[in-house]
Design a protein around this ligand. Structure first.
Ligand SMILES: Nc1ncnc2c1ncn2[C@@H]1O[C@H](COP(=O)(O)OP(=O)(O)O)[C@@H](O)[C@H]1O
Ligand SMILES: CC(=O)N[C@@H](CCC(=O)OP(=O)(O)O)C(=O)O
Length: 282
């Protein structure tokens, strides 16, 4: 059991799955309240949000066919326009309004702004859960850099940087990036004490359809086995894979956690494994 004040001056990074932005009162009472408590304890906070469900809904409204490969979206030009509308528009404003309810001074933008995140197009690669052949996801990026000084300055000015998972490069290319990927890279570069991947499930489940089967902790070996055997599927694959990779790159602890009860994130922060799935180094 640790106290939040033990982390004074350190960074916590919080990733919000898109589905959570659909109920702003609930988001305010859960993640918003947790972020407020972190700030009150003197912890620096950066937030990354997704918007996958909103983008899928918008694609369908526009007559576009969403195509997901192992939890990642195939992104052509038309899909990228949808990602701009949903991530930088709808979800950004909804997260900002939830944080206002919670009294959190959020500055909501995307990774493109001020070069907060740099990205390059992801080359075709073999992906877990997507067969033996390399997959080309189109206009999808990998993070190549994080402007930690800009994060620091925003935080020093009293604001919480909140980024939708779009970025690109100084040549004007814009790319869609999985929000779990952005969050893990940002947390690693900031040397975060904790990364919370907050989702619509209470953690990694032994049976994905039964919330009572949450695994309190996972070792890297057990996690890899659960991906290979198909226990971990879809959107949970990028979360777990990126977590394993980035634990080795400087994040002290990663927590996959939900928002029921409202204080799940806070209690998981104080006691790893109590309300989510904790990945601990070593
Ligand atoms: N073993 C598992 N444990 C928990 N969730 C799983 C598991 N395997 C697959 N999933 C799916 O992963 C989803 C979470 O990923 P995703 O929808 O991308 O969330 P987010 O938008 O929060 O990133 C869950 O809703 C669940 O359907
Ligand atoms: C390349 C890629 O897959 N990008 C994601 C970005 C949004 C996201 O990650 O949203 P969630 O956190 O709600 O899943 C997508 O297009 O859905």
């Amino acid at each position: 059991m640790s106290k939040l004040t033990d982390f004074r001056g350190r960074w916590f990074v919080v990733k919000i799955g898109g589905e959570l932005a659909m109920d702003k009162q609930k988001l305010a009472a859960s993640v918003g309240a947790a972020v407020r408590a972190f700030l009150d304890a003197g912890i620096r906070v950066a937030v990354i949000h997704g918007g996958g469900p909103q983008a899928t809904e918008m694609q369908k409204k526009l007559g576009l066919q969403p195509k997901m490969v192992a939890g990642r979206r195939y992104t052509d030009e038309a899909t990228l326009e949808v990602m701009k509308m949903t991530l930088a528009g709808q979800v950004s404003v909804d997260v900002a309004s939830a944080f206002r309810i919670a009294g959190v001074p959020a500055l909501c933008t995307t990774g493109m702004s001020a070069g907060l995140i740099d990205a390059k197009r992801r080359p075709p690669k073999v992906m877990s859960g997507a067969g033996p052949d390399p997959v080309d996801l189109g206009l999808v990026g990998d993070v190549t850099g994080v402007n930690t000084e800009a994060f620091q300055r925003i935080s020093d000015a009293g604001f919480v940087p909140v980024l939708g998972s779009l970025s690109g490069d100084a040549q004007g290319n814009v790319l869609n990036i999985n929000a779990d990927t952005v969050a893990t890279r940002v947390a690693a570069k900031l040397g975060a004490a904790k990364l919370f991947l907050v989702s619509n499930v209470p953690g990694v489940l032994a049976n994905k359809d039964d919330p009572s089967t949450r695994l309190p902790t996972l070792t890297p070996a057990a996690a890899r086995e659960k991906i290979a055997s198909g226990v971990i599927q879809g959107g949970m694959i990028p979360k777990v894979e990126e977590s394993l990779e980035m634990l080795e790159e400087g994040i002290e602890a990663i927590h996959i956690v939900g928002i029921s009860p409202n204080d799940a994130v806070l209690r998981e922060a104080e006691q790893p494994g109590s309300h989510g799935t904790a990945f601990l180094r070593g």
